[in-house]
Design a protein around this ligand. Structure first.
Ligand code: PMV
Length: 317
């Protein structure tokens, strides 16, 4: 059978960094994200062909990338037949946003449908999580918490919707500092941080409170509170990276310049808060009204800025 699904990427407002189970991708902390449009991944899966073939953005995946996708498909059915996948992003892979969140959410949805299964959204999130942790949050639109869960098998660690896309019209601007492939993956950076940073225990202890505050800020549409907790979560995560041995340093000079620009915007009374992930790019949370002024300020430091809005849930088409 064949099925096609669309999913949007998400960025964490409260960060996931560190795992309590590396095989199942179970997080050390709960996290919370916003789903972003118009960026999207569109994935078509044919379940039952003559041989596996995974084409991602026009290029056939080989080696480790193909193995990762093949292993993911086997989670759906250990006795699975050969499968073909065609997956396309409508945004450049080098757009400064982790495309793995939308990729594994779209793949989970399309592949289970093509395999004739009808999982719940929570089941799909548990599945997507095993492809890439952040993908667990891309099944829903709007604002999503990824719960820590208690179970060893991870069945209770999945996305939980906090508010739909139409709850709050916000903008996220991506300041593209660099489009080069990072030299340390989020997976490797996370593991090294967890193993070597003396700050990691403080990070884990304080994570749940950040999620509670962010959920509250979303429900009450309190942007200052949300922006403040987002920056705090980001800076704590970066502190654990910098205190790893050897340090995990994703920031470039322009990253720091953009962080200062965002502070200067706030000093001028413009609503803008910054976040970063496992890379040098900065994402800025703001209102639709303030977005043009924020964009102009960011363009003084980087050549490209993408303006994104709150996106809808993943869906079959
Ligand atoms: O899902 P992964 O393995 O790419 O990890 C994502 C980690 C961060 O982007 C740094 C934080 C997050 O919560 O998305």
């Amino acid at each position: 059978m064949q099925a096609t699904a669309i999913a949007h990427p998400n960025i964490a407002l409260v960060k996931y960094w560190g795992k309590r189970d590396r095989v199942l991708n179970l997080p050390a902390v709960p996290s919370l994200s916003v789903t972003l449009a118009p960026f999207e991944t569109r994935t078509t899966v044919q379940w039952g062909t003559t041989q596996d073939c995974f084409v991602i953005n026009g290029t056939e995946a080989t080696g480790e990338a193909a193995d990762r996708v093949g292993a993911f498909l086997s989670l759906i059915d250990a006795e699975r037949p050969p499968v073909t996948i065609e997956s396309v992003n409508n945004f450049p892979t080098a757009a400064g946003l982790a495309s793995s969140s939308s990729a594994f959410a779209a793949l989970a949805l399309a592949a289970t449908k093509a395999a004739g299964q009808s999982p719940t959204l929570a089941d799909l999130s548990v599945l997507a999580r095993q492809g890439s942790g952040s993908a667990s949050r891309s099944l829903w639109g709007g604002f999503v918490t990824w719960s820590l869960g208690q179970r060893a098998d991870g069945r209770d660690s999945h996305g939980v919707p906090v508010a739909p896309a139409n709850h709050w019209d916000l903008r996220v601007l991506v300041a593209l500092v660099s489009s080069e492939k990072k030299d340390i993956s989020s997976r490797a950076g996370m593991n090294r941080t967890q193993e070597t940073s003396p700050l990691f225990s403080g990070w884990v202890e304080s994570g749940p409170m950040d999620v509670t505050q962010a959920e509250d800020a979303i429900r009450t549409r309190d942007l200052e509170r949300l922006g403040t907790v987002m920056e705090h979560s980001t800076m704590k995560m970066v502190a654990t990276m910098l205190s790893a041995q050897p340090a995990v340093l994703y920031m470039k000079p322009a990253t720091v310049a953009v962080l200062h620009a965002v502070r200067n915007l706030r000093a001028r009374g413009i609503a803008a808060w910054a976040t970063m992930d496992a890379g040098p790019n900065v994402k800025v949370l703001t209102t639709p009204e303030a977005a043009p002024a924020v964009e102009a300020a960011l363009l003084e430091h980087v050549p490209t800025v993408h303006t994104l809005r709150v996106g809808e849930a993943a869906r079959l088409i």
